[in-house]
Design a protein around this ligand. Sequence first.
Ligand SMILES: Nc1ncnc2c1ncn2[C@@H]1O[C@H](COP(=O)(O)OP(=O)(O)OP(=O)(O)O)[C@@H](O)[C@H]1O
Length: 245
Amino acid sequence: MVAPPDNDVLWARTLHFTHNGSPALNGVSLGVRVGEILAVTGPRGSGKTTLLQCLAGLLPTQRGEVWFNSTPVHTMGPLTRERLRRDRFGWIDPAPLLVPELNVWENAALPLMLRGTGRRRAKATALEWLERLDIGDCARKRPYALVQAERQRVAIARALAPAPTVLFADEPTAPLHSADRAHVLRTLTTAARSHGITVVLATDDADTAALADRTVALRDGRRVHTVHLPPVAETEGRAACSLSV
Ligand SMILES: Nc1ncnc2c1ncn2[C@@H]1O[C@H](COP(=O)(O)OP(=O)(O)OP(=O)(O)O)[C@@H](O)[C@H]1O
């Protein structure tokens, strides 16, 4: 086993993953640098969610290696992976999963309290994040009283509140209206940059990927190389458009 480069917080080598016989990842290798926002793009079914779940230790590695800060994740047992996720990682699902019995601030404060932060401090931090995501007014409501887009903001606040080392965001703005999307994404990326949080973001939306520092594209469980065209002057762009038409 060769340890990953020092400036990579996460590193995967030739990852393969099969869901009940159906292949999802087919030899994916990648490194995620400390503090970067990395977009994982690709069409539906290309393996984005599976890749994030393997990197986050949610799925056990079947073949290949995953390293976090020079520690092998692929050799960890379920309990060690669970502790790693609790203490170092944050996760945002495409649909918000909140605890129905807890109110909004309690939901947002939950990961902090699970890490051992006292209730008062956890509440104050959760409230700050809820304010940043424009959902502070709902702090005492229960999840059922919120619309889906508000619940997703709570889920994002909950993921950011403990300032995880790595935040995995799987289509985090999927339930939001396009008007809300840009604001929530900008809040997420600004917060990540100011707190030095590394973000791995799965998306099939080009506008969302454009906010990342770097993009890794998947197709049928493999990495594919994308060509980045240099920006062209508006007139040249128009000429190219009309030519292609
Ligand atoms: N629990 C599962 N059981 C069986 N097959 C699965 C399961 N999860 C994913 N797959 C299959 O694995 C492949 C990769 O799925 P994955 O969800 O990782 O891709 P994705 O790019 O995130 O797609 P989407 O954008 O639809 O979530 C697909 O063919 C999918 O049908």
